[in-house]
Design a protein around this ligand. Sequence first.
Ligand code: GLU
Length: 283
Amino acid sequence: MRPPETVSRFAPSPTGYLHLGHVRSAWEGWRAAREVGGRFLLRIEDIDRGRCRAEFDAAIREDLLWLGLVWDGEVRRQSEHFADYQEALARLEAQGLLYPCFCTRKEIQAEIARAGGAPQGEDGPVYPGTCKQLTLDQRRYRIAAGADYALRLDVSAALARTGMLDWFEDGRRIAADPAALGDVVLARKDVPTSYHLAVTVDDALQGVTLVTRGIDLFAATHIHRVLQALLHLPTPVYRHHPLLTDASGRRLAKRDRALTIRAMREAGMTPGEILERAQSSGR
Ligand code: GLU
């Protein structure tokens, strides 16, 4: 039997220009696919309509082509596929694994301060579960009154359903420990999905078999693995690469304009030099 084709992807958010850190992720995926005659896909993660801009989408494509990191087939733009995420959300809802969360950021911070702190998750402290305690009547009342709410995954209920999970990374099995991120948001107050849900659904719909991304998203993979199990989606192989650092070992800031591909190109660097630099620094 032939092994399945390698399908990798690069999935930037068009909230700014492509920078060196992005190039590392894109290059890892591109090279892995090209080495084995597989496919390399481009997905634009633009669910956050407030922060994403068409000009950055265009600039990302232009920079990738200039670098020679050419993708295969059509580009998938997440903002055109909200129906796919809605469908996945409905399946999780039907399993009783979601609950509405009415908390504002401020309320969450206040609750954490009252509790004397909370473990750190990926985007800050883990959600203390305030809205999980609400009764069905309280939820209905607040929704009927027009309160805004997000939908969170009840991680402990999800784990009770899936049991222990793992994924394959660098020839090793990694045990999933999603509780570390807490009850993550799967549909935001302002957007009918979230990064975690959209990325999991899309990787499956696009037939992605290899995910290459920065180690800063390692924690997220634990949640994605649980979502795959709940939604009966296949699990890709993951490769989390080190984040780029400067000479003193400090993580490169995304906001540093000097690290955008545009700036480096204007400064006279060639695609080869930029690719070399993207691969050489990291921890
Ligand atoms: N859109 C995410 C970002 O730009 C990357 C998502 C992923 O590779 O899974 O950070």
